[in-house]
Design a protein around this ligand. Structure first.
Ligand code: FDA
Length: 406
């Protein structure tokens, strides 16, 4: 069997029979192809896009937050929180860092264990392509999948004029987020075709929108960012909050959006490490002639301070204000309940929550229990990470797991 296969771009038909077919040349699919190829399996990767790893290219603001050194099961949402444990334990952030280091890619920790390329996300794509090439995997881009069927030898994947066959099929076509970049929901349809359950999908890591009334009120704040704690029930994240023209965004909001459901409230606390009530009382004692905007503006962005003072209809100098009014002002900043009207949806969501029910998959191999030889990996599976490199770590780990067994 042809094992010299260089990475093919835009060609099809060279190797119609292989041990493994991977559909989707994203993070998970490329890792699965590398692992399977390194085990001596012949691998063909098919993708309808013109370039591999497009989401890697745009990730992390072009620098790819490729893993998180703290990644563990607690950082993932799933109907079965235990499912991700096995794969995460067998391909860890250290394993991916070792690969990055082998390829001489410089990286740094930005914050909270998040690792980014010093230079460009394209370095990660180049690394994966180099690894695929040395593992003997073939890559066919610009290839539309027109049908998948079970045949005696395994699976036949039709691509218009061509057909590919393999004993194992790994589906790595991602979720529904960013349809403009070719996200299709293909994996969910294929799972249903083979009788596998798919849990309701919804956008995750997504900005939240606000009612027109509140949006109009906060319009002057668009572009302002501040440290915040955002709470939803028992879940809370402390990161930056960003006011936008559509509502609220920033890491703290993206994180909580994965837990938020339509109709739920969230509680916003700005500058959660500062006791704003105590600060205002001290400011009143030290300088009673200053305005509350000025006192609050010492710790919050000026426009936000002004907004809160006007919203609470607080007038006069600090000396004129009873402590009750100061505490009301503090609560407006630190215990503010908001009911978002919706989210920006798949158009801007970084990930898709829900997806292929993990109950139907073997957690060691990602193989469908009811369909031997069929594997689902990456974002299409009901395992979704927090913001901060966790989703790529899941893609690498689940891809490695399937590549180990396919
Ligand atoms: P992915 O979507 O990467 O790949 C799927 C592949 O399948 C694509 O190549 C696609 O073309 C192909 N495909 C789809 N449908 C097909 C079909 N019908 N036929 C053939 N091929 C098909 N995560 C993180 O950890 N750190 C980060 O910095 C970021 N940053 C980030 C920024 C932005 C803007 C987004 C949208 C997302 C992120 N993410 C992230 C999330 C991360 O990109 C995501 O979790 C992984 O890319 C998922 O990897 P997969 O391989 O599962 O799918």
């Amino acid at each position: 069997m042809e094992k010299e296969g260089a990475v093919l771009i835009g060609e099809t038909g060279l190797q119609r029979k292989s041990d493994v077919i991977v559909i989707g040349a994203g993070a998970a699919g490329m890792m699965a192809a590398i692992r399977a190829g390194n085990r001596g399996r012949s691998v063909v990767v098919l993708d309808h896009a013109r370039a591999p790893g497009e989401k890697i290219r745009i990730s992390g603001g072009g620098r790819c937050n490729f893993t998180n050194i703290h990644a563990g099961p607690k950082n993932f949402l799933s109907a079965n929180p235990h499912f991700c444990k096995s794969a995460l334990a067998r391909f860890t952030p250290a394993d991916f860092i070792a690969m990055v280091d082998r390829h001489g890619i410089a990286w740094h920790e930005k914050t909270l264990g998040q690792l980014f390329c010093d230079d460009s996300a394209k370095d990660v794509i180049r690394m994966l392509l180099t690894e695929m090439r040395s593992a003997g995997a073939q890559l066919h881009l610009g290839t539309e999948i027109t049908g998948v069927e079970k045949v005696e030898a395994g699976f036949r994947v039709s691509t218009g004029e061509d057909a590919f066959e393999a004993s194992a099929l790994i589906v790595a076509t991602g979720g529904k987020s960013i349809p403009k970049m070719g996200a299709t929901g293909f994996a969910y349809r294929l799972a249903e075709q083979f009788g596998l359950p798919v849990l309701e999908t919804r956008p995750g890591l997504v900005p939240l929108t606000l009612d027109p009334g509140l949006l109009e009120a906060i319009a002057p704040l668009a572009g302002i960012s501040a440290p915040a704690e955002i709470r939803h029930g028992k879940t809370a994240f402390r990161e930056a909050l960003l006011f936008t023209h559509r509502g609220v965004s920033g890491p703290a909001i993206l994180q909580i959006s994965s837990y938020w459901r339509e109709g739920d409230e969230i509680v916003v606390s700005i500058e959660p490490d500062i006791d704003i009530g105590a600060h205002l009382k001290t400011a009143k004692q030290l300088n009673g002639r200053q305005s509350p905007q000025t006192a609050l503006g010492d710790i919050l962005p000026k426009r936000l301070a002004q907004f809160l003072v006007e919203r609470e209809k607080i007038a006069g100098n600090m000396a004129d204000l009873p402590d009750k009014a100061l505490l009301r002002l503090a609560a407006a900043a630190q215990n503010f309940t908001v009911k978002p009207s919706g989210s920006e949806g798949y158009r801007t969501a970084e990930v898709t929550l829900g997806g292929i029910d993990t109950a139907a998959l073997d957690s060691r191999s990602m193989e469908a229990k009811a369909v031997p030889g069929l594997y689902f990996i990456g974002e299409c599976v009901d395992v979704t990470g927090w913001l901060g490199g966790y989703n790529f770590q899941w893609a690498w780990a689940s891809g490695f797991a399937a590549g180990e067994y396919a």
